[in-house]
Design a protein around this ligand. Sequence first.
Ligand SMILES: [Zn+2]
Length: 232
Amino acid sequence: MKKIFWDKGHGGSDPGAVANGLQEKVLTHKIVEYGMDYLQANYTGFEQRVSRAGDQTLTLSQRAKMANDWGADVFISTHINAGKGTGFESYIYNGGVSSQTVALQNVLHGEILAAMRQFGNVVDRGKKRANYAVLRETKMPAVLTENLFIDSNDAKLLKNEEFLKAVGEAHARGIAKFLGLPQKAKTAPSQPQQKASAGKLYRVQVGAFSDRKNAERLAEELKKKGYPAIIV
Ligand SMILES: [Zn+2]
């Protein structure tokens, strides 16, 4: 079971970069949520966690520690750039890194750039290295993505929900490729299997799970199998 740790770049009292009516934290939360949903829908053989399910404030070191303590196999931090430039860039630590880290950056960079270019002529700013805390302090292959600029013409794309979805899904595909996750078998659109469980309602208790999201996932899984479930 591979472990994937997602870091929503900013949150809580730290909105990240703000411009053009956009907040970096809102955009990065959406990208991560789209990515996590895509993995859940299309792949097996993994667990995923996120630095913040809601809008909590976390330090950089807290996020690295969460991933280290859990023993994550990959760490992905999503950000939106600022400084009036244009385009996409990705980062790994500028100290000693494993060949695995370089491989993760390569696959993510390619997937994300290709997805962005479905929406227009997005500039490739390159695969870069920097001394960022989350990259330095994490023990597993870690990549930080800067997904366009919030304070330039790039904002047009960042206001497009389909673009954010495509970027999130590209992150997910990159991670899946890197980890070699098996794809879920495609199932035919729902057959009438409801009858088997007619009258029975499964109650998924949030308290039994570390957070509501996990409870929702189980409820969703039960529904897919034809068992109506409610979260209580
Ligand atoms: Zn940021």
